[in-house]
Design a protein around this ligand. Sequence first.
Ligand code: SAH
Length: 500
Amino acid sequence: MFQKNMELELLIVDMGVDGTGIGKAEGVAFFVKDAVIGDRVLIKVMKMKKRYGFGKLLKVLEPSPYRVQPLCEFYRQCGGCQIQALDYAQQLKYKEKKVRSNLQRIGGFSIRDNTECEKQGILFHPIIGMEEPFFYRNKAQFPIGTDKNGKIVTGFYAARSHHIIPNRKCCLGVDINEKVLDIVISFMEDYHITAYDESTGKGLLRHVLVRFGFNTKEIMVCLVVNGRRIPHAQKLVERLAELSGMTSITLSVNEKNTNVIMGEEIVRLWGQGCITDTIGDISYQISPLSFFQVNPIQTRKLYETALAYAGLTGTETVWDLYCGIGTISLFLAQRAKHVYGVEIVEAAIADARNNASLNGIENVTFFVGKAEEILPSFYEDSMQESAKEPCPEISEGDIRESAAGEAEICKVEGQPGDMLHPDVIVVDPPRKGCDEKCLETILKMQPERVVYVSCDPATLARDLKYLCEQYYEVREVQPVDMFPQGVHTECVVGIQRKHI
Ligand code: SAH
């Protein structure tokens, strides 16, 4: 009944996980990019499937009461912000709804709000949003290219393409980005430095990475180069070093024909190789290749919630799985007996160890490897050992430690835990969630509490369902808006062991 190229009117009643508007006509759902909930729109049908279709937004006939004028004029072309045309309060509602519906639909959980204290179910806290939901990013990567007139351009890739939209003023980033780009581009023009061309693999400058320490005001510039040096680099360095706060200027060598932005080799041009920033009382050294959360204001709130759910008093043993550069581990270590961090990327663990010593934190140990391999190998190996050598009677406070200070095997009920029976396990996996082997081992280790920091509510709900089949229950959920104007949604979940 609906055919390609037909035009029709729709009321947008919902928004999908990627921020696309959804409206229905005669029971058939249509996905319409750039339409927001509450809009009445005219669309052109672009593609039909059996039960749904895709439409192109031709005209907003009646704007939604939640529609706002986007701050960025390139909003529709750029793939960066999917929901900038939606009022911020509605963005937050959209994200809350996403978390709730995943927990209910995939996890099978019931949910209660703060106000309904008597009822059973997960306590769902209102999402923590930002007062100023723009200019929050501490990191930006700008591609450099040449337009059809031969002029050097920088900005952002158009959605799903490598066409550069010339825009130096992204409203998610900080002011300093534009100043850095102005200097780099005028230097390239003055000294005839070429921009990299992906199609030919020729040209020199590929990307400019800018990082800014929100608390320290330190600036890092890293120039990604198809080569090992930039001619007249000293002139560029002189100009950049004049910016107040400039701390680190480096080159990243990337001579490969690849979509990966950064090359692995970093060459220092001026200043330090890294910048420092703080979250709470902890300082972190951030190098060009380090992973660091991009929204420092919200990261602090996220970590404080994780810390609160961990319920630490100073005596606990904690595992921090998927620990990155140890950001959460160091936060937890201030209030725990010992924290064990696990992370797959070796360089991140080097940063984590470095950050621990920078802060004089000694009660942390980091392991490189997959969470689903490291955790089971510790557990299974030690269980086999302890089966050979049965546990002696344990008296109060008798938490044994081997001479090498490694495995502590026996846990006394009500006593602080040890490495194999920790008090708390924190997980912060990538979007695909935790591997089942990892979850299975968590259940075997029986920590009193599990804190799940998630960047994908669907895999979160799946993993919580697994954890809560028997011995655990989800106590509370706190969504935190780490990416205003975008669709991604983070939350922290407090999970408690049931004492049956
Ligand atoms: N907790 C950190 C990092 C979270 S991002 C922070 O808040 O900064 C998720 C991390 O998990 C990344 O650093 C990624 O490299 C790591 N990772 C991905 N798969 C993993 C696995 N199977 N085992 C351990 N770490 C993994």
